[in-house]
Design a protein around this ligand. Structure first.
Ligand SMILES: Nc1ncnc2c1ncn2[C@@H]1O[C@H](COP(=O)(O)OP(=O)(O)OP(=O)(O)O)[C@@H](O)[C@H]1O
Ligand SMILES: [Mg+2]
Length: 367
């Protein structure tokens, strides 16, 4: 899959802009605050994603405008063209169309245009709280097998209901509370055991990839890897929930389950969250993204478009070159405020220049 052109109206800082992308590498270069990330967010939007920096949808609409429109022409591997059109409005539901046909939900676009995003915030995968890594492994599960999105929503829904019940119980195990809790526990046990198994299987498949990408980028002797840390042991989740029930009632929350698990990342045997250097953490975060991308390519037979936002700024030149080499040879769209990666040709550049707002685009040849 390849993004051929992008046309934006009132999206982020852009009142109006049209861009074309080459099939291989495109580097978007310009000073800070000139709208580089905004362009990648627009491609992400066409791929069914929200803001790449976790902002609410409203932030994607240009300040002062009522609606943002993103039009993206993409070409599949078999040369079929796909026109993805999305409108994001402040005061009415969003509208999404594929080849002029309405699509019910924006996330249905995920199967139309697939992207792999590398963003500066990815450092949080390594440095952040366990919730960040749970989201990573769950996002990976749905990227590899979109149908698993339902399992994840199911676990979230059961947990919300179970926690509401525990809060309402106020620490008292009345007959009513016990009967309802039994129902939620059996649902949570089934869905939670399955989610843990799926995560563990996927992590098992990703681990050798993480190790090899890390070795490729970091060129170090230290091995990187990930281990699944569960909040319950070898027993079934049903047994663990039963054992934790008294505690759960007292604390009015669910203390065991997939929402309390973590993926522990290590470099050279040491936990990277607390021991790794900034550059090592960055390299590991890149390896995590590349590993999932490779798994998606193999299992779903798709070629995700790679979007790399400002990921070179913290890497030394050796690691930056190693990263460029490690990228699969599908379409790659990079942004950078600093130096260009070595070997980039002028016909692969889009320069953002001029005063903001709005930035003026000077595409230097774009086919
Ligand atoms: N909804 C919006 N309406 C108008 N302007 C916006 C909106 N959202 C963001 N901007 C502006 O867009 C600019 C940021 O653009 P962007 O994050 O793409 O910059 P960048 O080129 O990636 O910069 P950096 O190199 O610092 O990452 C800021 O000036 C911001 O004020
Ligand atoms: Mg940026």
């Amino acid at each position: 899959m390849q993004v051929c052109s992008l046309s934006l109206t009132d999206f982020r800082s852009y009142a109006r802009v049209e861009l074309e992308f080459s099939a291989g590498l495109t580097v978007i270069v310009g000073p800070n605050g000139h709208g580089k990330t905004n362009l990648l967010e627009a491609v992400g939007f066409a791929a069914g994603m929200g803001s790449l920096r976790g902002a609410p949808d409203g932030a994607l609409i240009r300040d002062g405008a009522d609606a943002a429109v993103v039009r993206c022409l993409a070409r599949a591997a078999d040369a079929r063209e796909v026109l993805i059109e999305g409108e994001l409005a402040r005061s009415r539901p969003n509208r999404v169309r594929v080849n002029h046909q309405p699509v019910a939900r924006r996330r249905d676009l995920v199967g139309v245009l697939t992207v792999t995003v590398f963003s500066p915030e990815d450092l949080d995968l390594v440095k952040g709280e366990p919730a960040r890594r749970r989201r990573w492994i769950d996002d990976a599960l749905t990227a590899v097998r979109p149908s698993l999105g339902a399992l994840r929503s199911e676990v979230d829904r059961i947990l919300r209901q179970r926690n509401t019940l525990l809060r309402q119980a106020g620490g008292r195990a009345t007959d009513d509370v016990v009967i309802t809790l039994d129902v939620w526990d059996s649902k949570l046990a089934a869905a939670g055991d399955e989610l843990r198994t799926r995560r563990q299987e996927l992590l098992g498949a990703l681990s050798p990839r993480i190790k090899s990408y890390y070795a490729q980028i970091a060129k170090g002797r230290d091995e990187a890897g990930g281990a699944y840390m569960s909040s319950w042991g070898e027993e079934s989740l049903a047994e663990a929930l039963a054992a934790a029930r008294r505690d759960d009632l007292r604390r009015a929350t669910s203390t065991v389950g997939p929402h309390r698990d973590d993926v522990q990342l290590r470099i050279g045997g040491l936990p990277s969250r607390t021991h790794a250097s900034q550059g090592e953490q960055r390299s590991l975060a890149l390896a995590l993204r590349l590993a999932v991308d490779a798994e998606v390519r193999e299992r779903r037979d798709v070629q995700p478009v790679l979007l790399l936002d400002d990921v070179f700024s913290e890497l030394d030149s050796v690691r930056a070159a190693a990263l460029l080499d490690a990228l699969p040879l599908s379409q790659r769209i990079l942004t950078t405020a600093a130096g260009l990666p070595a070997g980039v040709r002028s016909d692969q550049l889009i320069r953002l220049t001029g005063e903001s707002p709005p930035p003026v685009l000077v595409g230097e040849g774009s086919s």
